[in-house]
Ligand binder design. Structure first.
Ligand code: ZN
Length: 132
C-alpha cells in the first residue's frame, strides 16, 4: 500500500525492521532510511550531505531533493515535503542516468574544493614552519 505521510524518527542506528511511513534519521551516521513509499517494502537509504540529501525537521519532516528509486523494480519517484509524500513522474532511463551523472559532478566539485582548502592549509603550515 502506498504511504502518503511520513513521520521522522531520530535514531542512532536503524532498527532491523523498518516501519512503513517512518523516516529514520541517524545524525551520527549522516544517513536516513525508510521503506519505499510505493509500498514495495524495499529499504531506501539516503546519505545526508550537501551534495546528496538534506533532511529538514520543522515540526514535520522534509527531504530534498526528490527520492528517485531508479534501481528498485518499482522505479518510484517522490518528494517528502513536510511529512507528506508527493509523487513525481517516473524518470526515463536516460533521465535517471543524466541525473546520476550530475550528482557525481557535484560530488567531484565538493571533493575538489575540500582538497583545495586542505592543500592551502597544509601549504600555509609548511610555509610557517620553514620560516622558523
Ligand atoms: Zn517501491
Amino acid at each position: 500500500m502506498r504511504v502518503n505521510n511520513v513521520v521522522p524518527e531520530f535514531v542512532v542506528s536503524f532498527p532491523q525492521e523498518l516501519e512503513p511511513g517512518v523516516l529514520y534519521v541517524s545524525a551520527q551516521f549522516a544517513t536516513s532510511a525508510h521503506l519505499c513509499a510505493c509500498g514495495c517494502n524495499r529499504e531506501v537509504v539516503t546519505p545526508l550531505s550537501p551534495s546528496q540529501w538534506t533532511v529538514v525537521f520543522d515540526g514535520a519532516v522534509s527531504v530534498r531533493p526528490s527520492i528517485g528509486n531508479w534501481t528498485l523494480p518499482c522505479r518510484s519517484h517522490y518528494v517528502i515535503d513536510r511529512g507528506a509524500v508527493r509523487w513525481e513522474r517516473c524518470f526515463t532511463r536516460d533521465e535517471a542516468r543524466s541525473n546520476r551523472e550530475s550528482d557525481h559532478a557535484l560530488l567531484d566539485e565538493i571533493e575538489a574544493s575540500r582538497q583545495g582548502w586542505w592543500q592551502r592549509l597544509v601549504r600555509r603550515i609548511s610555509w610557517r614552519s620553514s620560516r622558523r
